[in-house]
Design a protein around this ligand. Structure first.
Ligand SMILES: Nc1nc2c(ncn2[C@@H]2O[C@H](COP(=O)(O)OP(=O)(O)OP(=O)(O)O)[C@@H](O)[C@H]2O)c(=O)[nH]1
Ligand SMILES: [Mg+2]
Length: 221
């Protein structure tokens, strides 16, 4: 059993490596989002696509066990969007990303976003070839989530606290949440946003723009 799982993961790493190479050659910056169900990935992504689209070429993939609901929401931004239905799988795999973008010209994109299946456990072991992985936690989930799900925080690059407009209503303790993230992942950058009020969105979008600039500078050297 353990051997089979290891082989599946190894196979995923091979595909993820090929994807990363393809993304690098195409000059596209690939961002994935992981979180528990309902933390606000689609809400943040819809705003991200809408706000970046006037200036950048953006597209998104979104994974769910069932329904095209999230793709429909994201498509309101007018960006190209594809839903990946995973059936019973609680995470996306690199091969699913590979087949979803088979007919896309990724070299004509600046940003490709990938929303993973809502789950704080399974997605952590699956590299999708992305440049950057955001882990989202909403203020309503409790400040202890990083301590309970350390693996996902260790597989991600940057944490985003979502639904900041609800922070006071649920007595969200920022110091405690921040401290718990630092306890499992020392030095991890943490952004705070609300898609409802727009709080933190400028900093978040500025962060993404800066990362694309870095990619373009390093590609030019
Ligand atoms: N008040 C408030 N509600 C939010 C915010 N972001 C998302 N929501 C709400 O939270 C609920 C879940 O948001 P989604 O964007 O569907 O969350 P998700 O992470 O994509 O969910 P799954 O794809 O099912 O895992 C929806 O009712 C959103 O309207 C926010 O910043 N503030
Ligand atoms: Mg969603």
């Amino acid at each position: 059993m353990i051997e089979v799982r290891e082989n599946v993961l190894k196979q995923n790493d091979i595909v993820a490596r090929a994807l990363r190479q393809r993304f690098q050659e195409a000059g596209v910056f690939v961002v994935s989002m992981v979180s528990s169900p309902g933390a606000g990935k689609t809400a943040l992504l819809e705003k991200t696509l809408t706000l970046l689209r006037p200036q950048f070429r953006v597209a998104a993939l979104v994974g769910d066990l069932a329904t095209e609901n999230d793709a429909v929401r994201l498509a309101r931004s007018q960006a190209p969007v594809k839903q990946i239905i995973t059936g019973t799988l609680c995470h996306l795999e690199a091969a699913m990303v590979q087949s979803a973008i088979r007919e896309w010209r990724v070299d004509e994109l600046d940003f490709l976003f990938i929303e993973n299946v809502g789950n704080l456990v399974c997605p952590s072991s699956y590299d999708l070839g992305e440049n950057l992985r955001f882990v989202l936690i909403s203020v309503t989930e409790g400040e202890d989530k990083p301590l309970k799900y350390p693996t996902i925080f260790n597989s991600a690059d940057v944490a985003v606290i979502t639904k900041m407009d609800l922070a006071a209503a649920v007595d969200f303790d920022w110091q405690s949440a921040y401290g718990n993230i630092q306890a499992v992942r020392p030095g991890m950058q943490v952004l705070r946003v609300s898609t409802k009020t727009g709080e933190g969105m400028d900093e978040y979008l500025g962060f993404l723009r800066a990362r694309l600039d870095e990619l373009r500078v390093s590609a030019a050297v």
